[in-house]
Design a binder for this molecule. Structure first.
Ligand SMILES: NC(=O)c1ccc[n+]([C@@H]2O[C@H](COP(=O)([O-])OP(=O)(O)OC[C@H]3O[C@@H](n4cnc5c(N)ncnc54)[C@H](O)[C@@H]3O)[C@@H](O)[C@H]2O)c1
Length: 379
């Protein structure tokens, strides 16, 4: 069967996400497995063109993986590419993506697609007007834990879903006595940082795809740690929100409450967990695992603070089996986008979906600023 090669200009590959998840775990992994198989049995391989600001860093990275094509010239890269991929810092995204749309390239981009809903919608409109395919990373949907949750929903396990409780976060070190494990731009507003802009787009597509359309948001954004130390050892004012406490009402009456924090210490099984309670059963899903409790096996606790707790409530839950092999979520979505480009396979995670995620972040910030619940209008 034939093998076709598609050039992909990859911008931001020296960054955490661009390098590890997108270049190594997705694009190079796809090539190592022989490419993406299309419905007619033919294959598509990807030819990455590494794009960035530092020629030296790109050269080192290219050499490490035996790649030949790298450049600091985005225009030149676009000439050789069919797909443009963007994992730059959020602030740099819009300009580069617009340039790629003008060059007639299909676009795949990290979230958030832009810092403001006006820009995010403009990107979606520009892509549609130019007739180029467009997609935004929605990796959490492909996590084993969330795939198990989706399986439970599709199988009718929950009955009527009542509520969703999400808990995301971990302690991000301040950088003084232990190095911070996330880039410093995330903690500066002027550099596109903030946990709402980072995480609400994720929560939006999780809610939209699993539970229902988001109709309103109330959020409280806080900067718990106002001073941090950057990569160079300099102290800076961390003015972006590093925690957000949100309540979302969905169109079907489901209430979702999601805490996001980089100033919380983990006392959970995973770095993100969603508890879903329904009339017939409940589930707690993390990145990989998911456990359930059916109404028939639900214990009947009685509130009595005078007696010590003897019941081990967690023992009453049951692990959901894998029943499948789970590949890297970023890679699965890359394969879907490549099929979308190569044979017009469906790909619902487009720039319009990306814009809805940015809209929720923007309204979440406004809700916190104004101290009130805000309705989410259709875009
Ligand atoms: N899908 C996810 O789970 C997930 C997780 C983390 C981050 N992200 C998103 O990925 C993007 C990158 O985040 P990261 O954590 O990899 O950041 P990073 O700081 O590690 O990497 C950023 C990349 O952008 C480049 N860059 C930095 N400043 C730039 C500028 N002014 N102009 C152009 N390029 C610049 C850097 O050289 C680097 O290649 C962000 O938009 C972020 O929201 C997504």
């Amino acid at each position: 069967m034939s093998v076709r090669t598609i050039g992909v200009a990859m911008n931001g590959v020296t960054g955490r996400m661009g390098y590890r998840q997108h270049l190594v775990r997705s694009v190079l992994a796809i090539n190592e497995q022989g490419g993406v198989t299309l419905s007619d049995g033919s294959r598509v391989k990807l030819a990455p063109i590494l794009v960035g600001r530092s020629e030296a860093k790109l050269a080192e990275l290219a050499a490490r993986h035996g790649l030949a094509d790298y450049t600091t010239d985005l225009d030149a890269a676009l000439e050789r590419a069919e797909i443009y991929f963007d994992a730059q810092v959020t602030q740099a995204r819009v300009k580069s993506v617009l340039k790629a749309i003008e060059a007639g390239k299909h676009i795949y981009a990290e979230k958030p697609t832009a810092e403001s809903v006006v820009e995010a919608v403009a990107l979606s409109d520009a892509a549609r007007a130019a007739g180029v395919k467009n997609g935004v990373v929605q990796d959490k949907l492909f996590l084993p834990g969330l795939l198990k949750l989706k399986r439970l929903i599709d199988g009718g396990f929950f009955g009527r879903i009542l509520s969703v409780r999400g808990e995301f976060g971990y302690w991000v070190f301040e950088g003084d006595w232990q190095q911070a494990q996330r880039p410093s731009w995330n903690y500066r507003s002027q550099d596109g940082g903030g946990i709402i802009l980072d995480m609400f787009p994720h929560w939006h597509y999780v809610m939209e795809n699993l539970f229902g359309q988001v109709r309103s948001v109330y959020a409280k954004a806080v900067t718990h740690i106002p001073q941090r130390v950057d990569e160079q050892g300099g102290t800076y004012e961390a003015d972006a929100d590093d925690a957000a406490y949100g309540i979302f009402e969905l169109d079907n009456g489901v209430v979702a409450q999601i805490n996001s924090s980089w100033a919380v210490r983990v006392n959970r099984d995973e770095l993100v967990e969603f508890q879903v309670d329904g009339t017939h059963g409940s589930a707690v899903a993390g990145l990989r695992d998911c456990r359930v409790q059916h109404r028939a096996t639900t214990p009947k606790p009685v509130w009595n603070p005078d007696l010590p707790v003897t019941a081990r409530f967690r023992d009453d839950w049951q692990e959901v089996p894998d029943n499948a092999e789970f590949d890297n979520g970023f890679k699965i979505q890359w394969e879907q986008f490549v099929r979308h480009v190569a044979e017009d396979a469906p790909f619902p995670y487009d720039f319009a979906a990306g814009a809805r995620g940015v809209q929720l972040a923007e309204l979440g910030l406004r809700s916190s600023h104004e101290g009130r619940r805000i309705e989410v209008p259709g875009l």
